[in-house]
Design a protein around this ligand. Structure first.
Ligand code: HEM
Length: 118
């Protein structure tokens, strides 16, 4: 399940950057499709994340932080695409995206399930 979880957020990240480049290129029609697909992948990330949580006997604080960081990443991707589409400033959300992503990555990899590479 951790593999499925990683696959979903890697694909989401790719879709996000494809969306950003389409937005910069002014390709609004294909951007809509990419954005909708990305939103579907938010649900997959959440679904696989929740499936991982369901495999636990207890819910330590580190897991709660991991979930918050994960949801934060999703929220920031959505904010950047939506605000960017309206021509509004996205700088503060990019900063948050980077922080939340590093946090989600760090906590995810340090928590005991999965690859345990650190
Ligand atoms: C885009 C956002 C996210 C990123 C970048 C991310 C990243 C990761 C990474 C790198 C792992 C470690 C996998 C492994 O060691 O094999 C992981 C595990 C996990 N993620 Fe996420 N995740 C995200 C969103 C979420 C969300 C939204 C949830 C909750 C609904 C969630 C819940 C979990 C859980 C419970 C684990 C297992 C932790 C463990 O290894 O013990 N993640 N995630």
């Amino acid at each position: 399940m951790t593999h499925a979880h990683i696959t979903t957020w890697v694909i989401a990240l790719i879709l996000f950057f494809v969306g950003i480049s389409m937005q910069k290129g002014g390709k609004t029609k294909p951007l809509k499709m990419v954005h909708m697909t990305l939103r579907l992948f938010y649900l997959f990330i959440l679904g696989t994340g929740i499936a991982l949580l369901l495999g636990l006997d207890a819910l330590p604080g580190s897991y709660i932080l991991k979930v918050i960081a994960g949801i934060w990443v999703i929220g920031m991707m959505e904010m950047i695409l939506v605000r960017g589409g309206k021509g509004k400033s996205t700088n503060i959300f990019w900063i948050q995206l980077i922080i939340a992503f590093i946090l989600a990555l760090y906590l995810g990899l340090n928590l005991p399930l999965g690859f345990d590479i650190f």
